[in-house]
Design a protein around this ligand. Sequence first.
Ligand SMILES: Nc1ncnc2c1ncn2[C@@H]1O[C@H](COP(=O)(O)OP(=O)(O)OP(=O)(O)O)[C@@H](O)[C@H]1O
Ligand SMILES: [Mg+2]
Length: 294
Amino acid sequence: MKMNETTTIVAAHCQQVDPERELIHVDCASHIYPDGSIGIHDMCFYVQKNEIVALCGPNGSGKSTLIEHLNGLLMPSQGKITVNGNVISGGDRTDLWKEVGVVFQQSDDQLFAPTVLDDVMFGLLNLGMDRDEAKAKAIMALGEVGAVDLIEKLPNYLSGGQKRLVSIAGILAMRPLIIVLDEPTSDLDPVNCDRIEQLISDLKTRFGMSVVIATHDLDLAARIADRICLVRDGSVFAEGTPAEIFYNTVLIREAGLKIPLVINLYLGYCEEMGIEPKLRPIKGSELIALLKRP
Ligand SMILES: Nc1ncnc2c1ncn2[C@@H]1O[C@H](COP(=O)(O)OP(=O)(O)OP(=O)(O)O)[C@@H](O)[C@H]1O
Ligand SMILES: [Mg+2]
């Protein structure tokens, strides 16, 4: 990450990442859809072991297109993609879903089996598990997302939020190396949002996994991500920790995004009190602790 004269943080162009920690490397990838639309352009992106990365950017900026490249669903027209040390952009990996589990933005793209249980068991059976073990693991994953009561239901008849929870369970059950969630909390009520937020944190802290989320919920991104990647016009144009990104108000304005609530409150407080916003709290608890100080 570097600073230019306008204080905008710019993503280092395909910067060198510690090879010991690198799980995904997207090296200047471009994708043009058959109708000529540019999905991503010169996209550089990486994911390291045991981190949560948030992709944030306006509608149509290329987040979902990037995500569909991470499990080989789409292939780049140009550029190279490496997952866990293997180049996948040649298109010869058919078992990539074992390493990178993607929960798509549209749950209908994911659910197809006759019942919820069948759906969540599908990937496990494909991994070669016997039915009893697959059933136990599927029930556990449905429990983890708080959707075990939906087990007998037909996926078609679920509500939007219920479909999202079942889609997450289907991927979670397989415990891939990296879980990628495209808009994980859209459609969800506040209780389920909190549950999924906790789950994403647990995937990292309890299971040592890496998680990528694409989200318009910048408050969520600020709370749980280790690294924020701002996406615009098909590429990552800025990246950094939540504090580096969200306290750069020039950058956030340029990106057409809204400053997360806690940061906005802190900046307003500092302005009111005539003090420098030096401490940069990100979470509500950090802001409260700071305001309680004498
Ligand atoms: N199947 C497709 N055919 C043609 N163009 C597409 C297709 N899918 C996406 N695009 C285009 O690619 C660009 C990137 O779209 P993408 O869905 O990746 O954006 P996004 O950042 O995920 O947006 P959102 O926040 O709305 O989900 C857009 O201009 C979009 O119109
Ligand atoms: Mg999208």
